[in-house]
Design a protein around this ligand. Structure first.
Ligand SMILES: [Zn+2]
Ligand SMILES: [Zn+2]
Length: 247
Protein backbone atom coordinates (compact mmCIF):
# COMPACT_ATOMS: atom_id res chain seq x y z
CA UNK A 1 0.00 0.00 0.00
CA UNK A 2 2.73 2.41 1.05
CA UNK A 3 4.66 1.45 -2.06
CA UNK A 4 1.72 2.23 -4.31
CA UNK A 5 1.11 5.59 -2.66
CA UNK A 6 4.78 6.50 -2.79
CA UNK A 7 4.92 5.56 -6.48
CA UNK A 8 1.95 7.85 -7.11
CA UNK A 9 3.60 10.68 -5.19
CA UNK A 10 6.86 10.13 -7.04
CA UNK A 11 5.11 10.15 -10.42
CA UNK A 12 3.16 13.29 -9.50
CA UNK A 13 6.33 15.04 -8.42
CA UNK A 14 8.13 13.99 -11.58
CA UNK A 15 5.29 15.26 -13.75
CA UNK A 16 5.55 18.64 -12.00
CA UNK A 17 9.33 18.78 -11.90
CA UNK A 18 10.03 17.28 -15.27
CA UNK A 19 7.06 17.62 -17.61
CA UNK A 20 7.79 15.17 -20.31
CA UNK A 21 5.93 14.70 -23.54
CA UNK A 22 5.87 11.38 -25.33
CA UNK A 23 8.59 11.23 -27.97
CA UNK A 24 6.21 9.43 -30.30
CA UNK A 25 2.74 11.00 -29.96
CA UNK A 26 3.29 14.18 -27.94
CA UNK A 27 0.92 13.26 -25.08
CA UNK A 28 2.09 13.62 -21.49
CA UNK A 29 4.09 10.75 -20.07
CA UNK A 30 2.35 10.26 -16.75
CA UNK A 31 4.51 7.61 -15.17
CA UNK A 32 8.21 7.75 -14.46
CA UNK A 33 8.26 4.01 -15.29
CA UNK A 34 7.54 4.70 -18.97
CA UNK A 35 10.56 6.92 -19.68
CA UNK A 36 10.44 8.81 -22.98
CA UNK A 37 7.23 7.26 -24.27
CA UNK A 38 3.63 7.31 -22.95
CA UNK A 39 1.88 4.20 -21.64
CA UNK A 40 -0.33 4.00 -24.71
CA UNK A 41 2.61 3.99 -27.13
CA UNK A 42 4.24 1.21 -25.10
CA UNK A 43 1.23 -1.02 -25.77
CA UNK A 44 1.91 -1.26 -29.52
CA UNK A 45 2.48 -5.01 -29.83
CA UNK A 46 4.09 -4.81 -33.29
CA UNK A 47 7.47 -3.95 -31.83
CA UNK A 48 8.18 -6.70 -29.32
CA UNK A 49 5.76 -9.56 -29.86
CA UNK A 50 7.20 -10.30 -33.27
CA UNK A 51 10.25 -11.70 -31.48
CA UNK A 52 8.31 -13.57 -28.84
CA UNK A 53 5.66 -15.15 -31.07
CA UNK A 54 7.42 -15.71 -34.36
CA UNK A 55 9.94 -18.19 -35.53
CA UNK A 56 13.39 -16.61 -35.60
CA UNK A 57 16.72 -17.63 -37.14
CA UNK A 58 18.28 -19.92 -34.54
CA UNK A 59 21.63 -18.15 -34.84
CA UNK A 60 21.01 -14.43 -35.32
CA UNK A 61 17.39 -14.09 -34.14
CA UNK A 62 16.07 -12.54 -37.34
CA UNK A 63 12.31 -13.18 -37.61
CA UNK A 64 11.61 -15.75 -40.32
CA UNK A 65 8.50 -16.20 -42.37
CA UNK A 66 6.08 -18.27 -40.29
CA UNK A 67 5.69 -20.74 -43.14
CA UNK A 68 9.43 -21.23 -43.41
CA UNK A 69 10.69 -24.73 -42.69
CA UNK A 70 14.25 -23.45 -42.36
CA UNK A 71 15.76 -22.70 -38.97
CA UNK A 72 18.30 -20.21 -40.30
CA UNK A 73 18.07 -17.00 -42.28
CA UNK A 74 21.05 -18.18 -44.34
CA UNK A 75 22.78 -14.79 -44.11
CA UNK A 76 24.48 -14.89 -40.74
CA UNK A 77 26.95 -17.77 -41.18
CA UNK A 78 29.95 -15.40 -41.24
CA UNK A 79 29.18 -13.77 -37.86
CA UNK A 80 31.49 -14.76 -35.01
CA UNK A 81 28.84 -14.82 -32.27
CA UNK A 82 26.90 -18.04 -31.90
CA UNK A 83 23.51 -16.58 -30.93
CA UNK A 84 21.91 -13.12 -31.07
CA UNK A 85 18.56 -12.07 -29.69
CA UNK A 86 16.79 -8.70 -29.34
CA UNK A 87 13.89 -7.28 -27.39
CA UNK A 88 12.21 -6.07 -30.58
CA UNK A 89 12.40 -4.27 -33.86
CA UNK A 90 13.97 -0.84 -34.34
CA UNK A 91 10.74 1.13 -34.28
CA UNK A 92 8.07 2.70 -32.06
CA UNK A 93 8.65 2.84 -28.30
CA UNK A 94 11.89 0.85 -28.42
CA UNK A 95 13.47 3.09 -31.06
CA UNK A 96 12.39 6.25 -29.19
CA UNK A 97 13.81 4.83 -25.94
CA UNK A 98 17.13 3.84 -27.54
CA UNK A 99 17.52 7.32 -29.05
CA UNK A 100 16.64 8.91 -25.68
CA UNK A 101 19.20 6.66 -23.99
CA UNK A 102 21.99 8.14 -26.11
CA UNK A 103 21.60 11.47 -24.31
CA UNK A 104 20.07 10.42 -20.97
CA UNK A 105 21.88 7.80 -18.85
CA UNK A 106 18.68 6.26 -17.59
CA UNK A 107 16.75 3.10 -18.43
CA UNK A 108 13.11 3.39 -17.43
CA UNK A 109 11.58 0.54 -15.39
CA UNK A 110 9.34 -0.45 -18.32
CA UNK A 111 12.36 -0.99 -20.58
CA UNK A 112 14.32 -2.76 -17.84
CA UNK A 113 11.39 -5.16 -17.55
CA UNK A 114 11.37 -5.85 -21.30
CA UNK A 115 15.16 -6.46 -21.31
CA UNK A 116 14.89 -8.89 -18.39
CA UNK A 117 11.93 -10.67 -19.98
CA UNK A 118 13.81 -11.07 -23.28
CA UNK A 119 16.81 -12.51 -21.46
CA UNK A 120 14.58 -14.91 -19.48
CA UNK A 121 12.72 -16.14 -22.57
CA UNK A 122 16.04 -16.75 -24.35
CA UNK A 123 17.94 -17.96 -21.30
CA UNK A 124 19.12 -21.18 -22.99
CA UNK A 125 20.45 -19.40 -26.09
CA UNK A 126 22.05 -16.59 -24.08
CA UNK A 127 23.46 -18.61 -21.18
CA UNK A 128 26.68 -16.97 -19.98
CA UNK A 129 29.25 -16.56 -17.19
CA UNK A 130 29.96 -12.90 -17.78
CA UNK A 131 28.14 -9.88 -19.23
CA UNK A 132 30.19 -7.41 -21.31
CA UNK A 133 28.83 -4.25 -22.96
CA UNK A 134 30.03 -3.19 -26.41
CA UNK A 135 32.42 -0.40 -25.42
CA UNK A 136 32.56 3.09 -26.87
CA UNK A 137 35.89 4.59 -27.86
CA UNK A 138 37.19 6.59 -24.84
CA UNK A 139 36.86 9.85 -26.83
CA UNK A 140 33.21 9.11 -27.63
CA UNK A 141 32.53 8.02 -24.05
CA UNK A 142 34.00 11.27 -22.73
CA UNK A 143 31.82 13.27 -25.14
CA UNK A 144 28.71 11.40 -24.10
CA UNK A 145 29.59 11.01 -20.45
CA UNK A 146 28.50 7.37 -20.25
CA UNK A 147 28.20 4.16 -22.27
CA UNK A 148 24.56 3.31 -22.88
CA UNK A 149 25.41 -0.37 -23.47
CA UNK A 150 26.98 -0.49 -20.01
CA UNK A 151 23.64 0.53 -18.49
CA UNK A 152 21.88 -2.31 -20.32
CA UNK A 153 24.56 -4.81 -19.27
CA UNK A 154 24.13 -3.74 -15.62
CA UNK A 155 20.40 -4.54 -15.78
CA UNK A 156 21.08 -8.16 -16.82
CA UNK A 157 24.05 -8.64 -14.49
CA UNK A 158 22.27 -7.39 -11.38
CA UNK A 159 18.86 -8.95 -12.06
CA UNK A 160 20.29 -12.41 -12.87
CA UNK A 161 23.39 -12.27 -10.63
CA UNK A 162 25.91 -12.70 -13.46
CA UNK A 163 29.42 -11.26 -13.37
CA UNK A 164 29.69 -7.87 -15.06
CA UNK A 165 32.93 -6.94 -16.81
CA UNK A 166 33.09 -3.30 -17.91
CA UNK A 167 36.83 -3.16 -18.52
CA UNK A 168 38.27 -6.20 -20.31
CA UNK A 169 36.96 -5.28 -23.76
CA UNK A 170 37.83 -1.85 -25.12
CA UNK A 171 37.51 0.02 -28.36
CA UNK A 172 40.75 1.23 -29.86
CA UNK A 173 39.53 2.57 -33.18
CA UNK A 174 37.61 5.83 -33.19
CA UNK A 175 35.30 5.01 -36.10
CA UNK A 176 32.99 7.53 -37.66
CA UNK A 177 29.35 7.15 -36.77
CA UNK A 178 27.54 4.59 -38.86
CA UNK A 179 25.30 6.38 -41.27
CA UNK A 180 22.06 5.15 -42.78
CA UNK A 181 23.62 4.92 -46.25
CA UNK A 182 26.46 2.62 -45.20
CA UNK A 183 26.02 -0.94 -46.40
CA UNK A 184 27.14 -4.06 -44.60
CA UNK A 185 30.59 -4.05 -46.20
CA UNK A 186 31.24 -0.38 -45.25
CA UNK A 187 30.11 -1.06 -41.71
CA UNK A 188 32.19 -4.22 -41.40
CA UNK A 189 35.27 -2.33 -42.65
CA UNK A 190 34.76 0.52 -40.20
CA UNK A 191 34.80 -1.84 -37.19
CA UNK A 192 37.60 -4.11 -38.42
CA UNK A 193 40.22 -4.45 -35.63
CA UNK A 194 38.28 -1.86 -33.64
CA UNK A 195 38.35 -3.80 -30.35
CA UNK A 196 40.95 -5.25 -28.03
CA UNK A 197 40.91 -7.35 -24.86
CA UNK A 198 43.07 -5.93 -22.10
CA UNK A 199 42.68 -8.66 -19.50
CA UNK A 200 42.27 -11.96 -21.38
CA UNK A 201 42.58 -14.07 -18.20
CA UNK A 202 39.21 -12.70 -17.08
CA UNK A 203 37.38 -14.04 -20.11
CA UNK A 204 39.39 -17.19 -20.82
CA UNK A 205 37.05 -20.12 -21.57
CA UNK A 206 34.09 -17.95 -20.53
CA UNK A 207 30.70 -17.85 -22.20
CA UNK A 208 30.22 -14.16 -22.81
CA UNK A 209 26.99 -12.23 -23.21
CA UNK A 210 27.81 -9.18 -25.30
CA UNK A 211 25.27 -6.37 -24.88
CA UNK A 212 24.49 -3.42 -27.13
CA UNK A 213 21.61 -1.04 -27.74
CA UNK A 214 21.07 -1.65 -31.48
CA UNK A 215 21.81 -4.51 -33.88
CA UNK A 216 21.89 -3.00 -37.37
CA UNK A 217 23.98 -5.09 -39.77
CA UNK A 218 25.61 -7.18 -37.04
CA UNK A 219 29.11 -5.97 -38.00
CA UNK A 220 29.88 -4.28 -34.68
CA UNK A 221 28.83 -7.16 -32.43
CA UNK A 222 30.47 -9.65 -34.77
CA UNK A 223 33.79 -7.73 -34.71
CA UNK A 224 33.67 -7.49 -30.91
CA UNK A 225 32.81 -11.21 -30.65
CA UNK A 226 35.72 -12.13 -32.89
CA UNK A 227 38.11 -10.19 -30.62
CA UNK A 228 36.72 -11.89 -27.51
CA UNK A 229 37.04 -15.36 -29.08
CA UNK A 230 40.59 -14.65 -30.27
CA UNK A 231 41.41 -13.62 -26.69
CA UNK A 232 40.19 -16.96 -25.34
CA UNK A 233 36.42 -16.70 -24.75
CA UNK A 234 34.66 -20.03 -25.34
CA UNK A 235 31.73 -18.42 -27.14
CA UNK A 236 29.81 -15.18 -27.41
CA UNK A 237 26.06 -14.60 -27.44
CA UNK A 238 24.58 -11.18 -28.15
CA UNK A 239 21.62 -9.32 -26.67
CA UNK A 240 20.46 -5.95 -28.02
CA UNK A 241 17.40 -3.85 -27.26
CA UNK A 242 16.48 -3.43 -30.91
CA UNK A 243 17.43 -4.76 -34.28
CA UNK A 244 16.89 -3.59 -37.81
CA UNK A 245 14.75 -5.87 -39.94
CA UNK A 246 17.19 -7.56 -42.29
CA UNK A 247 20.94 -7.33 -42.49
ZN1 LIG B 1 2.72 8.33 -26.87
ZN1 LIG C 1 20.43 -15.59 -39.15
Amino acid sequence: MFKRVSTKIRDALITVAWPQTCHLCGQMVESFADGAVCAECWTDPAITTIFFDKTVCSKCGLPLDRTSVRQSCGRCDGFSFHRARSCGLYGGALKASVLFLKSHPHLCPRLKGIISETFSINRAELSCDVVIPVPLHPVRERERGFNQSGLIAKVIASKFAIRLDLHSLSRIKHTERHRAGMDQIDRAKSVERAFTVGRPWLIEKASVLLVDDVFTTGSTVSAASETLIEAGAARVAVLTITRAFGH
